[in-house]
Design a protein around this ligand. Sequence first.
Ligand code: ATR
Length: 280
Amino acid sequence: MKQLYGVIGNPIGHSMSPDIHNAALQDKNINGQYFAFQVEPRHLKDAVNGIKALGICGVNVTVPHKVAIMEHLDEIHESAKVLGAVNTVKREGDRLIGYNTDGDGFYKSLVKVLDKPISELSILMIGAGGAARAIFTTIVRREPKQFDVCNRTPEKAESLIAAAPSFQQKRALTLKEAENQLEQYDVIIHTTSVGMYPKTDAVPLSLERAKTGAIVCDIVYNPIQTAFLKEAEKRGLTTLDGVGMFVEQAALSFKLWTEQEPDSSLMRAIVEGKLGGTQC
Ligand code: ATR
């Protein structure tokens, strides 16, 4: 029988998850299909019961259900517990287990461009939302030299860094403060929606003071080459685009469900083909 998978969110029409997962299923010769399900918040509980009743093997979970779905699941894996959010559900018999692969997905894409261990790196993150929390929590476990967070609303940066009480090398900053001290950082990670289609000219802050050789990451992937990454490239900095995180979090979900390692370069090529290096 065909193995069924999917993603639940609202809206969901522009999701590229079906494209990359269906390609990976085909590539691995798995008799399966991945669908996008638009689920209204008032139907979330019924949708979760539907996963069980219909025997769906696994789903990804996206905005706005990542937190709300938790109370409807049978078990929350540590990866999702520490973030308070689920992006992957796996069915095991009659039980639904919630995981989160966002932080590890970003980390997997980041290590590919690092030439030093995390312990030697000073990192700045821009933004303090859900994606930032996943990245902060995952990287802090690897004990970087310093990990500061700046945000438009500084109180949110404060509460984000407070979520890792045992890690001391951290500060919450305003965007201006971060911009003025940018030469301190080896890695700059942008996690807000600034620069996302259709407002593609916007940048979160100026890279004028960035250190030579710094790595600039943007988790926005539509467009792939954001204005922030363009500015970084113009200054000769190393860049990491958001397709890496999107593909790696998907690859980790795929592995949880199928116990097979998908070809992430195939998944990446599909995203690049769809976005065409620009926006859609
Ligand atoms: P996600 O789950 O995708 O991370 P989120 O939890 O809504 O989304 O978080 C959005 C982040 O983008 C926040 O850090 C937000 O800043 P505030 O905390 O000040 O709201 C940031 N953000 C969104 N739009 C922004 C803008 N125009 N300028 C600066 N930061 C912005």
